[in-house]
Design a protein around this ligand. Sequence first.
Ligand code: G4P
Length: 555
Amino acid sequence: TAAAALRPQPAPRTTTKLRAAAAPPDEIARRRNFAIISHPDAGKTTLTEKLLLYGDAIQQAGMVKARANGRDSTSDFLAMEKERGISISSTCLTFEYGGARINLMDTPGHADFSEDTYRTLSAADNAVMLVDGGKGLEPQTRKLFGVARRSNLPVFTFVNKLDRPAMSPWEVLDEISAEFNLETAVRTFPIGDGERFRGVYDAAKDEVWLYTRTERGKKASVERISWEDRDEISEKIGDEELDAQLEEDREMIRELTPPLDDEKLKKGEMTSVYFGSAMGDQGVEPFLDEFIDLGSRPASRPLRDDKTLEPSHSEFAGFVFKMQANLDPKHRDCMAYVRVVSGTFRKGMKVIHGRTGRSLTLATATMLFGSDRDGVEEAFPGDVIGLNNPAGGLFQIGDALHTGSSVAFEPIPSFSPEVFGYLRPTEVGASRKSFAKGVDQLLAEGAVQRLKERGNDGPDPLLAAVGELQFEVVVDRMQGEYGVSCAVERVSYTIARWCRPELPADEAWAAVDAAKKEGALTGAFYAEDMFGRPVLLFRNAYTVERLENDADLDL
Ligand code: G4P
């Protein structure tokens, strides 16, 4: 019998293993995800690296190389990103910290990529607003904050670079509350700035975190001292002026700033604010601890029929919010990123692809640790998994995947494109096959949209983007990844309007044609999107306004 006990047990039958199941409540409860919104150079990459240091992701992904070779880091890994020092892709980094599972959804920092950012924010449950303490609010912070607000995300604010001469923290707080009409709950507050930056006062715990400077890339050594040991604090700070300032700031915080109101935070009416230095790893830990405490758990999602889908639902469901081709230049591939909304994802499970009704077996899925991917056995609400998008492009942004009965998520909001142009190969005899393949894969990512002039079946796609840089990215990647040199021939329209988007394409076109017959649509360029729906392009806002008044088109 002893020998029998040692005999290997039969493997569990895969069918039971792959049956749809609700996610374990504790797995849902320990998940936190967030997207960082910031202006380029505010320190997003640096903060990301520091956060990963707290988790176990660095060892797992072997990415300590991060700063050793210049600007190279795990969350910015495309060649062009390195070259230009901007972050184009929105990858998702996962790490464990303090019992929580954190999914950091990286958002591109450049203004031209707001479409992508929009989608990432639509898949996140929290936003972290990173502000350069020397500069305060900057244009891209403002723009992205607007997006976070529309998605009703709780916003955690980290004011960075306090190790450099900074604005008065009170001024930064004023700026945030005045410009964003947001209450600010001070959670940590800086003790000094620049050369004299010593640490932060932690208002929640009524203690100070004093740091000793360390070498770059290493964790700062810290001493936490309770306010009760007031003398010890003064002694350690060793600077009378700073110490008096701290005394005064603490009073002001306690008497003049609103206390944290969890409900307001969750509704996006209040932001909790932290100060520190990502580079020096000062003030990062109290921020991360609180984020885990206060951050929203994976939330329910609105469905089209005014219902919501709860994470605890017994079937798996998720939606594609981001696509990316050629993550790994050695393998021609395209990844679709899926935000898990409900149920348990298991490797090998069968799901239904909502848009086509096809049944798919998800044999492989990956989670991203920077540029390194790991296979995923299981995933739960709040997680992001990467699925291989087979050649030909099965997945599109917004697609739902589910087990059980069908699920239709509210569509992901999108920005209206503002630049348009035909993508054309520049060399005679360029491979049309490579061109078409590149176009299909890159456009499937959704960084630019593909339109088609009505009635023009030529092979060159009409691209629509939010900014010029998106065109440059497409041209650069067509050359680099598909070997086809291309150029974008711009057309001079600046505004796109979807006409009667609530109608099926043919009915929407009928409405457009009716308006056209009445002579209402002069000056418009007629295009259709990839679903054949009418999109009218205009040269300026004035024409649109005039048409809105003349034709009953809801432009
Ligand atoms: P981004 O991803 O938001 O664009 O910013 P990134 O982290 O790349 O940081 C932009 C610059 O700001 C970098 O300097 C970085 O070192 C610096 N930085 C980030 N956080 C802090 C901080 O807390 N304190 C200080 N003093 N600097 C910070 P760089 O000169 O562009 O690059 P590098 O040569 O330092 O790598």
